[in-house]
Design a protein around this ligand. Structure first.
Ligand code: UD1
Length: 368
């Protein structure tokens, strides 16, 4: 069984799901928690990443952390009791990840955690709590990098439970990039963008978009940057809601140099990222994708779970302070590090999904 429900989980799981479906004699149940329910955050990813339909949608929806996690946990427990999986796979660090891991662990079902060992060391992030708890109750921990493996060892997790396999997002990106490049020209024309002549922006972390002062800092920086450069901002519903309720949206809309759009599908997002001169984000996954494609990244956070991107000088951390954002974004130059997707790099050149499935199938704790 694989349990997912939020946008980044679809991206991280897709190649693992495809790999599992290739193996004969293996039955896969895909459980969608329904944490994300808008077409742009959910179904479009099933379509573009060619995911099989879910066996169950638990329709958990939105709510406070406790409500969302508790709803997901009770419903996942029912699904596990009904479908009796030999293993529950949980990707990433969302509330769905935590709920599925807790439900499975209490029913003594082995758990495989995809993207184990990522740490920001910032316990104010809900994701940091989710991933720490998930790692400590998981049976097989699939670490994407050497650094993630060290983090797990430092927390006293037995070496026999840790498998450094590479990052499944590399597999997803390698699959999607050719399609994204095929449609790039027409997408750029449609959006009236020139290649390597625009800034791609995303922001959705509560610490940035729920906080009025931080959101103002980000908006002011974007207005300033847009005086000299096109800005494209596909906004997560949380960001859009706050931009609207705090009255920022009118200032942005007046500025024709900023395209504020709905969230984009994965193919469109990779297509734009690949063509952008730089990216400004608070996402975890986009930092890695920017690094792999050689696009300079500025991350609006105090910490990152991907220090490899900082060490490679492909990514810089700034807080939501206008001046710092402006300086860093205007400073960044394209291809400082070059594209790494097909070369040796800390996230691997691909194959993580195959290694994950091989590890599961040869592990004595997986006993269907
Ligand atoms: C969740 C994950 C985060 C991940 C992000 C990617 C947790 C704790 N956080 O954050 O790690 O980076 O997904 O997007 O699990 N909403 C909609 N439509 C939807 C879903 C949500 O409008 O389909 C709105 C609702 O107002 C909701 C808010 O977005 O209250 C936040 O959604 P939620 O699932 O709680 O967290 P994300 O911010 O999306």
């Amino acid at each position: 069984m694989i349990v997912l429900g939020a946008r980044p989980q679809f991206v991280k799981s897709a190649p693992v799901i495809h790999e599992l479906l290739k193996r004969r004699g293996l039955k896969l149940q895909l459980i969608n928690s329904g944490q994300h329910y808008d077409y742009e955050l959910s179904q479009i990813f099933f379509d573009q990443l060619k995911l099989p339909p879910h066996a169950l949608n638990l329709q958990v929806g939105s709510g406070s952390h406790a409500i969302q996690t508790a709803k997901a946990m009770t419903r996942i427990e029912q699904a596990i009791l009904k479908l009796k999986p030999a293993l529950v796979l949980v990707p990433g660090d969302t509330n769905t990840t935590l709920a599925a891991a807790l439900a499975a662990a209490k029913l003594t079902i082995p758990i495989g955690h995809i993207e184990a060992g990522a740490r920001s060391f910032d316990m104010t992030m809900p994701e940091e709590i989710n991933r720490r708890v998930t790692d400590h109750i998981s049976t097989m921990l699939f670490a994407p990098t050497k650094n993630a493996e060290h983090n797990l060892q430092n927390e006293g997790i037995a070496a026999g439970r840790i498998f450094q396999v590479g990052d499944t997002m590399v597999d997803t990106l390698r699959t999607v990039l050719p399609t994204a490049r095929e449609s790039q020209k027409s997408l750029l024309e449609k959006m009236r963008l020139n290649k390597q002549d625009f800034l791609l922006v995303t922001a959705h972390r509560p610490g940035n978009v729920d906080n009025e002062e931080h959101l103002r800092g980000i908006v002011n920086a974007l207005l300033r940057i847009s005086e000299t450069r096109r800005v494209v901002f596909p906004a997560h519903p949380r960001a859009m809601h706050n931009l609207r309720s705090r009255g920022f949206i009118r200032r942005i809309r007046r500025w024709s140099n900023i395209s504020l759009t709905k969230p984009l599908g994965y193919v469109e997002m990779i297509s734009l990222l690949d063509a952008a001169s730089a990216v400004l984000t608070d996402s975890g996954g986009l930092q890695k994708e920017a690094y792999l494609l050689g696009v300079p990244c500025t991350t609006m956070r105090k910490s990152t779970e991907w220090p490899e991107t900082i060490l490679a000088q492909a990514n810089r951390l700034v807080d939501a302070n206008s001046q710092k954002i402006i300086r860093n974004v205007l400073d960044s130059r394209r291809t400082r590090t070059g594209m790494r997707l097909y070369d040796e790099n800390p996230f691997s050149r691909g194959g993580a999904s195959r290694r994950i499935v091989n590890t599961i199938l040869s592990n004595p704790l997986f006993d269907p």
